[in-house]
Design a binder for this molecule. Structure first.
Ligand code: NDP
Length: 298
């Protein structure tokens, strides 16, 4: 019996392990801007590499996108060789990009006019969660579209939550990552000061983790990446900066002052300008270290 065909565009740091998990259940077609990445993925995972976004979408029951922002998703849909030209009525687009609600609203309306269902389904849980199939997906869309998307998403997500109408998944993801960034920046400030005050960084982190100040950043990111100096590249600072900017748009739309998280967005913009497009998000700690003239190691 032939398996359902699904398609995946965007084999980046997190897209690749998500697409890999889909190959266990479905016939998977992939497309990537750098075509060699798709060709290599197809060879190693028994998938098909499509020559264009249009070809990718043709015959697929569900098409996933996992691109830097909603602007790249909108651009991929357009034109004679675009995704929209290949998406068939009755199919659906599942956008796992951490995107923005406004661009997403326009994308969804255009697709729905052509009988294509849409959900925004950004994920959390990192590259390790994608590899293990334990991501959390926060889904925006109609109840009908959510019901359609849920079983596809379960290939790589363990927790799948319908959070509201179209765009609300992206709003939630943007705010969630602004809060993550606030945690990392707060730890960077606090730890540089404590090291200068004579508290070894590892001691400070142990005590913070036994206190009400603990967070994923203090329990995992700082011990595993900063104290060790390992700084693996799993999630680019440029993408976290984009998420915090999207969060500011959410605050503006809701007429909420949100002074702390707006400042977080500014600080991320400064860090991105200083550290560059390929820096990992946890490297914002390096900026605090430079300003304080001290290293957080231990
Ligand atoms: P990467 O930067 O690793 O990969 C980006 C992907 O998008 C690549 O496949 C890249 O292709 C493609 N791409 C970039 N620009 C374009 C374009 N103009 N047109 C078409 N394709 C393009 O990003 P991630 O995989 O880390 O992130 C993807 C999304 O998932 C982002 O929205 C991110 O915020 C989100 N996310 C990431 C997490 C992580 O831990 N990494 C966790 C949760 C969400 P090419 O190979 O040609 O560069």
């Amino acid at each position: 019996m032939s398996r359902t065909r699904v398609a995946f565009a965007g084999l980046g740091a997190i897209g690749r392990p998500m697409a890999a998990r889909l190959t266990d259940r479905y016939d998977v077609a992939v497309w990537n801007r750098t075509a060699a990445v798709a060709t290599e993925f197809a060879r190693s995972h028994g998938a098909t590499a499509a020559a264009s976004p249009r070809e990718l979408a043709a015959g697929a029951a569900a098409v996933f996108t996992c691109l830097p922002s909603s602007h790249e998703v909108a651009a991929l849909l357009d034109g004679p060789e675009g995704l929209a030209a290949g998406l068939e009525p009755g199919a659906m687009l599942i956008d796992c990009t951490s995107g923005d609600p406004v661009t997403t609203g326009a994308i969804a309306r255009k697709l729905e006019e052509n009988g294509v269902a849409f959900v925004d389904a950004p994920v959390t849980g990192g590259v390790a969660g994608a590899e293990a199939g334990t991501l959390t997906a926060m889904v925006g869309g109609s109840p009908q579209a959510f019901a359609l998307a849920e079983s596809y998403l379960s290939a790589f997500a363990k927790t799948i939550i319908h959070v509201g109408p179209t765009g609300s998944g992206h709003a939630l993801k943007a705010v969630s990552n602004a809060i993550l960034a606030a945690n990392i920046l707060a730890l960077a400030d606090g730890l540089t000061a404590l090291v200068k005050a004579g508290v070894p960084a590892a001691t400070a982190v142990s005590v913070l983790n036994a206190s009400n100040a603990r967070s994923l950043a203090s329990q995992q990111l700082i011990p595993e990446r900063v104290l060790t100096g390992a700084y693996p590249k799993t999630f680019r600072l440029a993408l976290l900066d984009k998420d915090a900017r999207n969060a500011v748009d959410v605050f503006d739309a809701a007429h909420v002052p949100a002074p702390l998280l707006r400042r977080v967005s500014e600080l991320l913009g400064n860090a991105r300008a200083e550290l560059g497009e390929s820096a990992d998000h946890v490297e914002v700690v390096r900026m605090a270290e430079r300003l304080a003239g001290v290293e957080v190691r231990g």
